[in-house]
Each structure stands twice: as structure tokens, then as C-alpha cells.
Design a protein around this ligand. Structure first.
Ligand code: TYM
Length: 325
């Protein structure tokens, strides 16, 4: 039996290339090696202000985009967190072994509570406990994520150790699995992580013209004021995108051309844009085709939840017995 892998994504509207390169692309690659469970985490998404009337559409879109990226529901499981009520049940239980000081230390909590000052709720604080519950419910051992989730995973490991020490060795400690693109940066400001909440994303469903505008105006190595100025590709965010999308020969060519000032930034950007769109165009087209048949996508999600509920119920049985409940 292969090890179980779990990961999740928020239906936050506008899944972007940071999500794709940092997580989803890896999810697809890992399908043959593990028993993979992928979750659209709507209970996490309600910890910040949102519009209820839009939520179903966001969940559907997140599912369609994931399938379009290669999350093949015939080879792995894709489901919606709130369709399996045991997630919140286990989260409550794990709250009782989670040190509250650790929750206040989480970078994401600090950032989001600053951003949503005045509407900070307990769900935002307990967010990482629900993440731990997501993983442990399926005894997930491998968790592919981007760098921003590593701190939460460390806490999941701590929660696992505490639960096991108190109630018996029920859960394996989940291990994070990062990609080479663990932290994709914004194009307009390469010091900031690409993120929906910052609003500096390239969306997987975004129209090509609007993507080109973002690439065209992207910040490059500041040393290259004129085309004749030599640059340093490792200081250029567009060059990192080449690394994720372009074939090795083109990566070498732009690196040499940038250092020798024989290629201009616009030419370099056009080349990268071409390679990026060769990946994004088919994803967008597949997602649009899926969104034209929403019932088929919901069916897939219902099948996923059915499979997950069986596992979740079994785990909760063990948890209750271990805890004397
Ligand atoms: P979310 O929805 O914010 O992001 C989904 C995945 O995309 C990664 N990611 C990035 N990777 C590289 N560069 C970026 N700029 C970038 N932005 C986002 C994230 O690291 C993540 O892997 N809390 C999680 C969802 C979750 C989860 C879980 C994950 C809920 N339960 C259990 C793993 C296990 C989140 O909000 O991801």
C-alpha cells in the first residue's frame, strides 16, 4: 500500500500561478507515487470576510481549475472539506492539545489579523488546527505545499506529537514536500509573495491580454536601465519564471543574453510569456469546458466526499476510543 498524501487549496477565487507552481503542479506529479487526497478547503476560506452568494461558484471554479491542471479524479480523490463533517469534529478535539501561544506565533495569523483588523475571529487563529485535522483525519504522511504553509505544517507535526503522547500512537507525523517554486513572487513587486490577498497574481483563468500587460510591466533587474546595460538574471523575477516555464536551451540563452546585454528585457519577457501561455492556455480552455458542465464537476466532488467520509468515520472511531469518548 502506498503512503497517503493530503493537501488542500482555498476556494478563494482566482487560483494563480503561485498556487500552480508551488503546489498543484507537484500534486499532479505525485499522483503515481502516493494515494492522493486533494481538498477544497471552504471552511478555511470563511475565516476572512467573504460573500456567501459567491461561495458555491468559487468552489466549483477551484475544482474545475484543479482538474484542468491534471488532478485526474480517476487517479486520485478531489473533494470539498465541508462535505465531510468530521474535519471540524477532529479540529475541535485537536484544539484541546494545541498550545495557544503557538497559534499566536503563526506568521499568517499575524499578517491576516493586521489586514482584517477589526474583524479578526477565533477561526482565523485556529486555522492551523483545522489544517492539522484535515491531514490527520486521513493519516496523511506527505503534504505538498508552498513555503508559506511550512510553518503551519510544523505546528501540525507538534499537534500530532502531543496527541500521540497523550492518547497513544494513532497518527503519523506529516512531512511537508516543497517544489523548486516554493515561493513565487509578485511581478510588480518581486519582494512580495504572489498572493490573492495582495492582489498581485496571474490567474490561471485570466485572459491572455491582461496577463501580457502584467508580464510586460514586470519589474526586472534594476541594474538594466538601458538595453545596453548588462544584467544579472538571478536578480530578475522574470528570469525565475523562465526557470519554471521555459525549456533549458532558452533559459541558458536569456541568461547569457542578459549578462552580455545582447537581449532586451521586452524580448526576454515575450519569450517567457510564450512558454507560460503554452502551459496556461490549455488549462484555461479545459477549465472553461468543465465549467460549462457544472453537474459533472459536482458529481466528481460528491464521489470524492463519499470516499473520504468512509476513511474519516473510521479515524474518528479510533480517536473516540483512544480518548474515552
Ligand atoms: P492556499 O489556498 O493559500 O494555497 C494553496 C497552495 O498554494 C501554495 N502557494 C504558493 N506557492 C508558491 N508561491 C506562492 N506565491 C504561493 N501562494 C500559494 C500554498 O503554499 C499552498 O500549498 N492553508 C492552506 C490550505 C490547506 C492545506 C490543508 C494545505 C488547508 N488544509 C492541509 C495542506 C494540508 C492554504 O490556505 O493554501
Amino acid at each position: 500500500m502506498s503512503k497517503r498524501l493530503f493537501s488542500g487549496i482555498q476556494p478563494s477565487g482566482g487560483i494563480h500561478i503561485g498556487n500552480y507552481l508551488g503546489a498543484i503542479r507537484n500534486w499532479v506529479e505525485l499522483i503515481p507515487q502516493f494515494e492522493c487526497i486533494y481538498c477544497i478547503v471552504d471552511y478555511h476560506a470563511i475565516t476572512v470576510p467573504y460573500e456567501p452568494a459567491e461561495m458555491q461558484g468559487r468552489i466549483l471554479e477551484a475544482a474545475a481549475v484543479n482538474i484542468a491542471c491534471g488532478i485526474d479524479p480517476e487517479r486520485c480523490t478531489l473533494f470539498v472539506q465541508s462535505h465531510v463533517p468530521e474535519h471540524t469534529e477532529l479540529a475541535w478535539i485537536l484544539n484541546t492539545v494545541t498550545p495557544i501561544g503557538e497559534l499566536f506565533r503563526m506568521t499568517q495569523f499575524k499578517d491576516k489579523s493586521a489586514q482584517f483588523e477589526g474583524s479578526v475571529n477565533a477561526g482565523l487563529l485556529n486555522y492551523p488546527v483545522l489544517m492539522a485535522a484535515d491531514i490527520l483525519l486521513y493519516k496523511g504522511e506527505v503534504v505538498p505545499v508552498g513555503e508559506d504553509q511550512v510553518q503551519h505544517l510544523e505546528l501540525s507535526r507538534e499537534i500530532t506529537r502531543r496527541f500521540n503522547a497523550r492518547f497513544g500512537e494513532l497518527f503519523p507525523e506529516p512531512q511537508p514536500r516543497l517544489t523548486a517554486a516554493a515561493r513565487v513572487m509578485g511581478l510588480d513587486d518581486p519582494t512580495k509573495k504572489m498572493s490573492k490577498s495582495v492582489g498581485n497574481t496571474i490567474g490561471l483563468l485570466e485572459d491572455p491580454q491582461s496577463i501580457w500587460e502584467k508580464v510586460r510591466t514586470a519589474v526586472t533587474d534594476p541594474a538594466r536601465v538601458r538595453r545596453s546595460d548588462p544584467g544579472e538574471p538571478t536578480k530578475c523575477n522574470v528570469f525565475s519564471l523562465h526557470g519554471y516555464f521555459s525549456p533549458p536551451a532558452d533559459i541558458e540563452r536569456v541568461a547569457a543574453g542578459c549578462r552580455g546585454a545582447t537581449i532586451g528585457c521586452i524580448e526576454c519577457k515575450k519569450l517567457m510569456y510564450g512558454h507560460m501561455m503554452a502551459v496556461l492556455n490549455p488549462i484555461r480552455e479545459r477549465a472553461q469546458a468543465l465549467l460549462a458542465q457544472p453537474e459533472r464537476v459536482w458529481d466528481t466532488l460528491r464521489r470524492g466526499a463519499h470516499h473520504c467520509r468512509t476513511i474519516a468515520r473510521a479515524t474518528m472511531g479510533e480517536v473516540r476510543r483512544a480518548m474515552g469518548l
